[in-house]
Design a protein around this ligand. Structure first.
Ligand code: NDP
Length: 273
């Protein structure tokens, strides 16, 4: 049996094992996928152990994506651009290939599952951490009208503007958002995890605009509730992205594309109760 895992800290609430087991069941494959609590200082030794035990692939989540990027021997273009790796493939000689499936997962959930087109849209990303690094490139590939990254620590947003160096991309602080309007606002801060909301001007969301929180929870997150209060056409959390980024990792590892719809449906049903 081939072994896969997700490393992160904390990890106890991870849905990745159940998602990958459902993908394996659907595609009639026998794999083992487990979640391990790995703090940053133990990442290197935990990775060595996993490779020594014959592990085939690894997902990395907070706070390990930048460390996984540094450990990879080979990188996909999207991982190189984002400087963050959420999917490692381990070859027979123990060499690591790093990829980042977060961006494609978000784009698929927005465009295919939520019918929210990105082309020609004015898009705002809140936050400038690892997740934002992963989603900027795939969003730019969809040809939006403009893309603004706003962050609490303004310098980090400016750094991303310079690194990605794209004519429609800008970086700023939350205070600079007054008077601007966006068709899609993506919350890629971790504020929802501590039940907080970035400070946002009331008229930030354009008429018929949508809100998307990368974080997900059993109840509506503070940002999803904010979007509802702004009469957003859609205000949704990142559960669909979680499943879509996992499907892309599964495809990288197993060469088969699972059907994400029943898995998203099952996870949505489980949190309605
Ligand atoms: P990071 O720790 O790398 O970055 C966190 C970001 O959030 C920083 O920009 C930080 O600002 C900002 N921030 C934190 N707290 C606040 C606050 N109270 N108010 C305003 N800004 C705040 O995290 P990631 O980028 O890796 O993850 C971000 C979120 O995305 C998490 O909720 C994570 O769970 C989610 N995620 C979901 C995925 C999915 O599949 N659905 C995939 C990947 C991530 P500053 O720079 O000033 O500190």
């Amino acid at each position: 049996m081939d072994h896969y895992a997700v490393f992160g800290y904390p990890i106890q609430h991870s849905k990745s094992p159940i998602i990958h087991q459902q993908f394996a069941h659907q595609t009639a494959q026998t794999i083992d996928y487990q979640a391990f609590a790995v703090p940053a200082e133990q990442f290197s030794s935990a990775l060595d152990n996993f490779i020594a035990q014959g592990g085939k692939g690894l997902n990395c989540t907070v706070p390990l994506k930048e460390l996984a990027f540094l450990q990879a021997h080979h990188l996909s273009d999207r991982a190189r651009m984002s400087k963050a790796v959420n999917t490692l493939s381990i070859d027979v000689s123990g060499k690591l290939r790093g990829d980042n499936t977060d961006g494609i997962g978000l784009v698929k959930d927005l465009q295919d599952n939520q019918q929210t087109p990105l082309q020609h849209s004015a898009i705002l990303i809140l936050g400038a951490g690892g997740a934002t690094r992963g989603i900027i490139g795939p969003i730019l590939e969809q040809n939006p009208a403009k893309l603004v990254v706003a962050n609490r620590t303004v310098e980090k947003a400016i750094t991303l503007e310079h690194e990605f160096n794209h004519p429609i991309l800008g970086g700023c602080g939350f205070n600079d958002l007054h008077g601007l309007h966006f068709d899609l606002i993506i919350n890629a801060t971790s504020a929802s995890l501590s039940n907080e909301l970035p400070p946002l001007p009331a008229d930030l969301l354009a008429a018929n605009g949508s809100c998307y929180d990368l974080a997900y929870a059993n109840q509506a997150t503070p940002f999803v509730r904010w979007g509802q209060q702004q009469n957003a056409a859609k205000s949704i959390d990142g559960l669909g992205m979680l499943v879509e980024q996992a499907a892309e990792a599964f495809y990288i590892w197993r060469g088969m594309r699972p059907d994400t719809q029943p898995v998203i449906q099952a996870l949505n049903n489980a949190r309605d109760v």
